[in-house]
Design a protein around this ligand. Sequence first.
Ligand code: SAM
Length: 329
Amino acid sequence: MALIDLHHRRIDYLRISVTDRCNLACVYCKPRGEMKMLEHRDILTYEEIQRLVSIAVRLGISRLRVTGGEPLVRRGIVNFISSLRQFSGIEDISLTTNGVLLANMVEALAQAGKPRLNISLDSLKAARFHKITGSDNWHAVWHGINRAEELGFFPLKLNMVPVRGLNDDEVVDFARLTLKRRLHVRFIEFMPIGAKDRWHKDECVSSDQVRAAIEREFGELVPFTSSLSAGPSANFQVPGAQGVIGFISPISRHFCGSCRRLRLTADGKVRPCLLSDREIDIKAPLRCGCDDAELERLLRQALEIKPERHHISESESGCFRRTMSKIGG
Ligand code: SAM
């Protein structure tokens, strides 16, 4: 029987975090001070993830996203992504990456069946990229994006989180990228999640504010719909542009009513809502030799704690027990 939660949402999408490690330290994602990383033995093995996926697919999961931390830092990741194609119910496999290692791996990824790529990039300026991420790798990321485009990865999505005073003056430049290229540039609202000491409400730039800035430059955006762009993003184009501009507005216009996701964290927790800290452990049962029926029961239990919606926008609180890199952003 399909995975249907208490609020009648059919769950068909699993986001799999393969590591909590990341080769960047983005100021809005990583708390100040040392972050304790998982021990290797606490991270699910690929075989353990594959076992869970095999059960989830039988229950109607048809879309998988591999994420992290930074998924490309985990050894064997390309083979793992390729292995996900063995599950016949899977219709869509995608990868979220910061792109630092992409240029060197993109040909292998193409051979592994071209997962759809989402690349996070918060600045088009190398010096500012350094300020945000603590890394000098802007050119490497840009090269990776260009190589992926040359190799025909499509749609190729660039995800940008505008943070007031940090990079929000670049939203028009990001939108400009879509004029001549078939890129999907998506603006994601800064959420009160992860690094509590980094989160300030005043720094959140709403999708409406980003859209207004873009429309001041390019005129009114026109709605864009396509089966390729289904999901939480509201999509538009500058008239005549090649690419697409998307707005993902978890705070100002939540899309919980149409949420079809479960998340699997690198340490083996099923997390039904990004913005709720409630999770179901599957690692211990997996490692105690539980049978498939028990894993199915745990997946269904996760559905029971999937909240109808988040209340982050109304409350002043956030969700700060784990960073995005530890949940799987
Ligand atoms: N390393 C991969 C990457 O950079 O795409 C995957 C993991 S990363 C945590 C996923 C996304 O989460 C990134 O696009 C990052 O910008 C976003 N992110 C992290 N903290 C966030 C926050 N508080 N609000 C909104 N997005 C956030």
